[in-house]
Design a protein around this ligand. Sequence first.
Ligand SMILES: Nc1ncnc2c1ncn2[C@@H]1O[C@H](COP(=O)(O)OP(=O)(O)OP(=O)(O)O)[C@@H](O)[C@H]1O
Length: 240
Amino acid sequence: MTSGLSVENLAYRYGAKEALKGVSFQLEAGEFGALLGPNGAGKSTLFSLLTRLFTAPQGRISIAGHDMGRTPRAALARMGVVFQSSTLDMDLSVKQNLSYFAALHGIAGREAARRSDGALERMNMAERAHERVRDLNGGHRRRTEIARALLHDPAVLLLDEPTVGLDAAARQSITSHVHQLCADQGLTVLWATHLTDEVYDSDHLVLLHQGQILQDGNVGELRSESTLSDHFLNLTGARA
Ligand SMILES: Nc1ncnc2c1ncn2[C@@H]1O[C@H](COP(=O)(O)OP(=O)(O)OP(=O)(O)O)[C@@H](O)[C@H]1O
């Protein structure tokens, strides 16, 4: 059993539509998993199962060794999530947003302040702690959300297309920062995207297409001589 993320034989259907058809993959501690798939591949459905928004009718999810079906609280406690749409309160400061989230996790007082400072530090946001979210640019808002997701010190961080709406510089900077968190701190990341330039050769590719895993393994080895973008196009017929 991995101390990262393990998914075994997950399936999900919306009525007659099979959105996931027996999906399995595993990410070890410290691995950056790039979940790549064209529109309709099943990425959002997979995220909904991983975050327990939907209950998996079949298969197994394990987060840092905790089984989501049998011990959901323990599994969710080891997971941080950044959803595609922002859920920050625009009129609160960065730090107030984090304190509020800490309180939801039952963390208060000095411990909440210590954790907020640590999480903001990890995202290079410490100097913006007292700025109002509304006054931040898109990249800094995203960093705030990632810091908030790290507050309870998760082992596994899930991000659903976290760079949507950001300019190229902010996108590159956040992508590289989260890769660094994996490498330096042993965080396991699952990063859903359809942008191949956010994926590094050292990443673990999970290529999802029509509800099935087409490829699962090291990006550099899988793409070989092609660019990842051409590789993706050859396999899925879709442009990345
Ligand atoms: N509520 C629903 N009812 C019926 N079919 C659905 C529903 N939600 C999603 N689907 C279908 O399930 C499949 C997987 O959808 P999903 O949203 O998980 O894909 P995705 O990879 O996240 O795509 P996108 O990048 O466009 O968000 C698609 O064929 C989609 O049309």
